[in-house]
Write a protein that binds this ligand. Sequence first.
Ligand code: C2E
Ligand code: MG
Ligand code: MG
Length: 345
Amino acid sequence: QRVLHEIARPSQIEGRELRVSCRVGVSVLPRDGRDVQMVIRNVDTAMYKAKEYGRNNFQFYSPEMNTVIAQRLEMQTSMRNAVNQERFELAYQPKIDLVTGRIAGMEALLRVKDEAGNLSLPDTFIQVAEETGLIVPIGEWVMREACNFNRALQDRGFAPMRVAINLSARQLTRYDLVRAVELALGDAGLAAECLELELTESMVMGDPESVIGTLAQLKALGIQLSIDDFGTGYSSLSYLKRFPLTSLKIDQSFVSELDHDHDHNASAIVKAIISIGHSLDMNVIAEGVETEQQLSFLVDNGCDAMQGYSLSRPLVAEGFVTLLEREPAGGEKFARGRPMGGTCG
Ligand code: C2E
Ligand code: MG
Ligand code: MG
């Protein structure tokens, strides 16, 4: 504690106040190792653990730390291999416009292939990719692949639609996102209106002033910006108004609760989000719609669009093309509500 305290004290250098932060790993001889070398290695392990907790803290070494670290390392190695061997694929989930009843866009979702070619869901993978920074090259691949696929659909004669990709915090703050987006669009020959970026509340609300400039540049290019999983993080309503956002996505946890909503909590939240979105001139889209009951609630309450298993699971490229080919001309099935607005192309 005393070491942390002393190091955290600001120093004056050439008239400027500078602060250094510090993390401490502690390992004790002979409890944690037979020799100095081993103890120092364990100090390192404890120090990495301390890093996970943020600045200015210390951790004592424990043997369990090694198991966790070994699992992480294994995951990181398997991810590096996946990157080197280009074992990624995108699945596309259609977004339905609840006014026209037609497919109005799609969300690209990352899938990882194992050595045998089986696809797996991205959850833990993305977490580790974020920790290692590999999310930046992976995210860039996602952006390029999604733009190319969208362009290919237009070339095959399908009406222009928008593809949404999910971003990670690192792509927004520690990387020239605007430039990467411009290059991906330019190389694919895709109009900026046909690309949407999905951000989360924690990504934009963490450091809103610095994010606002990047978002404004993206918006100026014509990119659509939406907030994913809305309602699960913390939002400042005044920033929500200042960010150049085009849509809010109601988190699937609220949508799934609509079916057993005895206390009317979920329906109150869903209605409130639709109302906030519309008041701020944004589209509102519901995620994870699985049942007819959820769908009719959303339509009756003026939600603009939806995605979910009730219409389609995410599909790999060929599957998505087949879905588009089979779409009836009129659409109408889900029609009601207000138009989603702003086609692209
Ligand atoms: P998300 O962006 O909120 O995506 C929606 C998730 O809900 C997807 O899971 C989708 O398959 C799933 N889903 C769609 N409809 C339904 C439904 O009716 N019921 C249920 N129970 N689930 C439904 P997935 O593909 O496993 O992705 C999970 C999360 O991983 C995504 O959540 C997103 O945050 C992240 N992710 C996916 N692809 C990428 C990517 O390329 N880059 C980054 N940074 N994150 C990604
Ligand atoms: Mg998303
Ligand atoms: Mg979501």
